[in-house]
Design a protein around this ligand. Sequence first.
Ligand SMILES: *Cc1c(COP(=O)(O)O)cnc(C)c1O
Length: 379
Amino acid sequence: MTKSFIPVFRPALPNGPEIAPYIAEIDARRHYTNRGPLVERLEARLAALFGHREHAVRTASSGTSAIEVAILAHAGAAKAERPLALIPSFTFAATALAAERCGYQPYFLDIEANSWTLDHERLARHPVLARAGVILPVAPFGVLPDMRALEALQDATGVPVVVDAAAAFEAVVGDQAAISDRVPLTLSFHATKSFSSGEGGAVLWNEPRGQARVMQAANFGFFHSREARVPGTNAKLSEYHAAVGLAMLDGLAQRRADWLAVAGLWRTHSAGRDLGGRLHLSPRLSSAYVLLEAESPRQMERTEAHLYTGLVETRRWYEGGLHVQPHFTARGRDPMPMTESLSERLLGLPMAHDLDEEHIVLILDRIAEAASTSLRDTA
Ligand SMILES: *Cc1c(COP(=O)(O)O)cnc(C)c1O
């Protein structure tokens, strides 16, 4: 076999000819942004796919700006008495950066061992709630938190909840009840996510008045006039990005079949093998991720190094959690036993909708080799 580099993720978006009919429409119409017809069509098609009315989906220019406008629309900008945004440390930097753009100070929480999301019962009794203006649970790797439990948490505490579900596109397609009328959730359409418009995102919320505020916040705070009335930003998706998203929807049935087949290959070839840990993949996770949860930090390092010398790229997707990243270290936080344990053991493996079977076997062989070396070490 040729020894070639295997990247951790290799996106494939619609190609030129697939996007071309939509670009021709833009050329003819000369309507390029500000909620043009392609943006409206993309929102309507996504809403239908999710089993909801059209207002339930409002696009944004990125997953990060979707979080930002959802916070502004649901919780508003930070107020002096409630300056904190409660955020799991086990997430991508965007969650906390979006909260900061709305004036909040992140306060980091640990996650629960099995769900990888916030422990709602513990959070409901947390003393820091008295100073919290918003709670931002996350769907790590596309694993959706329990939306009914989050509605109950919002009711019990009076603190608005916005869910960063950036990678949860497939989970939302599979579960109509994921979209709430009370708790907005946001998606990312970045190229590394399983549904992409290049850059882009959306707020999913079955609440027409709330979604009107989302559109207002995404358009400089304007509403039926050019007067800034509320805090806002420019988070509008352009017609060009909507064109890519529409072409991606045209090919979605095939793409989903491809993802299913590749996940099946991972499952078949890993069955019964000692990998020094266990694999996590779709349908629990987004199809864009395959993760090895190693038995120990040492085992993870050994596996990472052995894959690296075999030209297999891996990634610690959330690094060591946000609480240890330089920009965030001074922020308030809880103790982080689960976040620390998981981030030292969770290794992102290569995934792509067209990942070769022989590459999957090669990767699994190297992981098994790293596991058997460790047995010899400890013998
Ligand atoms: C991808 C991702 C984001 C950021 O989305 P962008 O579209 O890149 O802005 C935010 N949060 C999580 C959990 C993500 O995975």
